[in-house]
Design a protein around this ligand. Structure first.
Ligand SMILES: *Cc1c(COP(=O)(O)O)cnc(C)c1O
Length: 392
């Protein structure tokens, strides 16, 4: 029986040719490919500036620094995300807190945020940065968050690691609302550079700052230097930065992948629509749809609705894995990880997140998943649930 993973990269001959061309070129790093990829990504996402880096974890870290996160500040995020969404603030010495999810969308809840901000204002403990996550590719409620950000004076760092190509209120995610938006190009994500990440922003000063942080805090721009350079060899380190650069190979792959984003996206949408129809009769809560936004469909996550004759999530998970179907679970709530419990968080702190997690299961979804493979996933899932699927 063929193994079906939960996600898988899609690599074309054009991708391979693009990477091979870089290998034969003069520059493996710091050439023209990274700026080309950045320009193409910025155009596709209707955003002024794009800064490519080695991965999204580092993108979140650099963006936190550039947005003023440091010791004595607070960063809030959602518990239903990958740990990197919270760790970036810890790397800056900030305090992390969480806002519970909306059980319908599984994204950070605006009403929970509003209530938490009212308390935080009274206590003088407002956040410096909010990190909403477009869970599974469904854009977060950024317009409402923008209103709250302006009222309470925090910045929005959107973690759109799942949402390359998603749209919100008629425009691509990243084009507005957030101060900075981070994307991931890890191999399982919507487009890939193997490892890779990018920060998109409308703010030119922020983009300049991120470019400095990406490369040791070094500038070769005479306008930024403390004194007129004696010659072309002169660079100045004006900040403490990192080596967070993306390679030319990655950028060439990214640009090639980006050129296929629309067709790949169409396939993901079709697979999600098929799952919706094929799974309709099963005891599952399916992903939410919202009229003013479209998901990038990085993940198709269902919740098993508990019932007398419904097996546990663990049993269903095991049955699918035994049938060579690579289901997964996204995510263990971040605040329940031992590292975060050691900081004082406890199970029970964010009940909607924990309730979602208890029954969550991510089904295979990637452009090269065939209809017949998807039918097999549905059949095995139905049988693991002691049901027969009756398509809607
Ligand atoms: C994948 C992911 C990251 C980290 O991305 P990398 O590129 O692997 O560092 C961060 N946040 C979320 C929500 C992710 O899914």
């Amino acid at each position: 029986m063929r193994h079906i993973p939960y996600s898988r990269q899609s690599i074309s001959d054009a991708d391979i040719a693009a990477v091979s061309a870089v290998l034969r070129s003069d520059f493996l790093t710091q050439g023209e490919e990274v700026p080309h990829f950045e320009a193409a990504f910025a155009a596709a996402h209707q955003v002024a500036h794009a800064v490519a880096v080695s991965n999204a974890t580092v993108a979140l870290h650099l963006a936190c620094i550039a947005l003023g996160v440091g010791p004595g500040t607070r960063v809030w995020t959602t518990p239903i995300s990958f740990v990197a969404s919270a760790n970036c603030a810890r790397h800056c010495g900030a305090e992390v807190d969480f806002v519970d999810i909306d059980p319908q969308t599984r994204n950070l809840s605006v009403s929970a945020l509003r209530a938490k901000l009212e308390v935080a204002e009274r206590e003088g403990r407002l956040p410096c940065v909010l990190i909403p996550v477009d869970f599974a590719g469904l854009p977060a409620d950024l317009a409402e968050m923008r209103t709250l950000a302006d009222r309470y004076g925090f910045a929005i760092l959107a973690d759109a690691s799942h949402a390359t190509g998603a749209s919100y209120r008629g425009a691509p995610v990243a084009s507005a609302w957030a101060d900075a938006t981070v994307f991931s190009f890890h191999a399982v994500k919507v487009i890939t550079t193997a490892e890779g990440g990018l920060i998109a922003t409308q703010n030119a000063a922020l983009a300049d700052q991120l470019r400095l942080l990406r490369s040791h805090g070094i500038t070769r721009d005479a306008a930024q230097m403390s004194e007129a350079p004696e010659g072309d060899w002169v660079y100045e380190q004006i900040e403490l930065g990192f080596n967070a650069r993306m390679t030319e190979l990655q950028a060439a792959l990214g640009r090639s992948q980006l050129s296929r984003l629309r067709s790949q996206q169409a396939r993901r949408v079709r697979l999600a629509d098929r799952y919706d129809a094929l799974l309709a009769s099963l005891p599952l809560r399916l992903p939410a749809r919202q009229a003013d936004r479209s998901s990038a469909w990085h993940l198709y996550a269902v919740e098993i609705v508990p019932g007398a004759d419904v097996p546990t999530r663990a049993a269903v998970f095991a049955a699918l894995r035994a049938a060579q179907i690579g289901v997964n679970v996204h995510y263990i709530p971040i605040h329940t990880q031992p590292y975060y419990r050691a900081l004082g968080f406890e199970r029970g702190d964010f009940p909607h997140a924990e309730r979602y997690y208890a029954n969550a299961l991510s089904l295979p979804l990637y452009p090269e998943l065939g209809d017949a493979d998807q039918d097999r996933v549905v059949e095995v899932l139905a049988s693991a649930l002691n049901r027969v699927a009756v398509p809607a």
